[in-house]
Design a protein around this ligand. Structure first.
Ligand SMILES: [Zn+2]
Ligand SMILES: [Zn+2]
Length: 143
């Protein structure tokens, strides 16, 4: 299926990334160097399970993203793991990464995300008086 870049609407080109014994096929934009990952591919590339959970289980509903998912055409949701702004599809859990964002995500220590239990998040959230309504994850990762 033909997929278009959600940023600049160029056609995405399949690329093979090697990670150890694994070969992962991603879709890359030759114009802006953004990449689209199907569900699970971010996990394969980073080995960061908490990050994978963040992009599949803890999705916000108040999307600030204006991108349409290259995989299924749904509106994506912006998330900020470790301060990196990424776009995640609420329907198919595909992930859109702008240029260099994959490198930034690889540097995030999984233990940083793992320590953030829902209880801990609620505690931090309550402690902050001037929290905006833009969502707990956005708030947390902007600090
Ligand atoms: Zn592009
Ligand atoms: Zn999608």
């Amino acid at each position: 299926m033909k997929r278009d870049c959600p940023r600049c609407f160029s056609e995405l080109v399949p690329q093979i990334l090697k990670k150890g014994m694994w070969k992962i096929e991603i879709d890359e934009c030759n114009n802006c160097s953004g990449i689209y990952l199907d569900k699970g591919e971010l996990m394969s590339l980073t080995g960061n399970r908490p990050l994978h959970h963040l992009t599949t289980k803890h999705l916000g509903i108040d999307s600030g993203s204006e991108l349409l998912c290259p995989g299924c055409g749904s509106l994506m949701d912006d998330e900020h793991p470790g301060g990196v702004e990424i776009d995640v599809c609420l329907q198919c859990n595909g992930v859109w990464l702008d240029k260099k964002e994959l490198d930034l995500l690889k540097k995030i220590d999984s233990s940083t995300l793992k320590s953030l239990s829902p209880e801990k998040l609620a505690e931090l959230y309550d402690a902050e008086q001037s929290v905006s309504s833009s969502g707990i994850l956005s708030w947390l990762f902007r600090r």
